[in-house]
Design a protein. Structure first.
Length: 281
């Protein structure tokens, strides 16, 4: 079931050029974390496979976002209007925890900071949609100016080559003592392949563990990270979890993402501003 909270106003307000605690209203420690992540993203770039350039495909990296808080997850922009796709558990673990009024702070791979709010939340599929509500002036040159990636027109074939862009957590959760840092970069790429769908599991049910199996390297904080076709750069799944018995990485499959987005478009047809796109294919 998709839980919905559609706004009456889709306009995006301008963030001040200097982002202070007064503007974000984040706890001081979270605001420092935001600035630390922004500094890294503004000074470093993530390389992509050369096959993309050979195929004339633009880098998908600019459309990737990381949540500002520690260990909060990854997301991907799927529309130039500022529609963000991530895992539902990155927004709220349970319906009781879901706060429609909460502002989520995220950073694009360029270091651009945006504020967003949840508008769709589907715990069964483990998917959520946020829309950008505030952004810097340079990100608002036109009503539809955010970097985005397209959903693949079809699911991947078995052993399809994948790339994953994610935000590994800063704390080593496998260490014997708390507080040990991983020293991972803020945003990393990993390569792997599609290993098939979990036998006997409904592709629309990813609540406990994702159906999509892959072997791209991931860590805590990768939830919501896009899994993209290495030849086309199109979205085929979202990383969500891992099987601690087999160490197989798991994700929300294309079938669930496609059904989720189609339901949203059908449900909200005629309610959004002219030219609005919930996603692109």
């Amino acid at each position: 079931m998709i839980h919905t909270n559609i706004p009456t106003d889709f306009s995006i307000r301008t963030l001040p050029s200097k982002l202070t605690v007064a503007a974000t209203k984040l706890p001081a420690s979270d605001h420092r974390t935001l600035n630390k992540k922004r500094e890294w993203l503004e000074n470093y770039t993530v390389e992509v496979p050369k096959t993309l350039k050979r195929n004339g495909v633009a880098s998908p990296v600019p459309a990737v976002l990381v949540f500002a808080q520690e260990e909060a997850g990854t997301a991907i922009c799927i529309s130039p209007n500022g529609v963000i796709l991530t895992c539902s558990h990155c927004v709220a673990e349970t319906e009781d925890e879901l706060d429609w009024g909460k502002t989520h702070w995220l950073l694009f791979a360029s270091g651009t900071v945006v504020a967003a709010k949840t508008v769709f939340w589907d715990p069964s599929r483990d998917l959520a949609i946020l829309i950008i509500t505030r952004a810097p002036p340079l990100a608002l040159n036109s009503p539809a100016s955010f970097p985005f990636i397209r959903l693949s027109p079809e699911p991947p074939r078995l052993n399809a080559r994948l790339m994953c862009f994610g935000h590994p957590g800063a704390e080593d959760l496998e260490a014997s003592i708390p507080g040990v840092k991983t020293n991972y970069d803020t945003l990393v790429m990993s390569l792997g392949t599609f290993k098939g769908m979990a036998p006997g599991q409904d592709p629309q049910d990813n609540a406990e563990i994702g159906v999509f199996m892959h072997d791209c390297w991931t860590y805590w904080g990768h939830s919501g990270a896009p899994l993209l076709d290495r030849n086309t750069g199109a979205l085929v799944a979202l990383h969500s979890s891992w099987d601690d018995e087999t160490a197989m990485r798991r994700g929300v499959p294309w079938e669930a993402i496609d059904a989720f987005l189609q339901e949203i478009e059908k449900q909200e047809h005629g309610t959004t501003p002219e030219g609005w796109r919930w996603h692109c294919r």
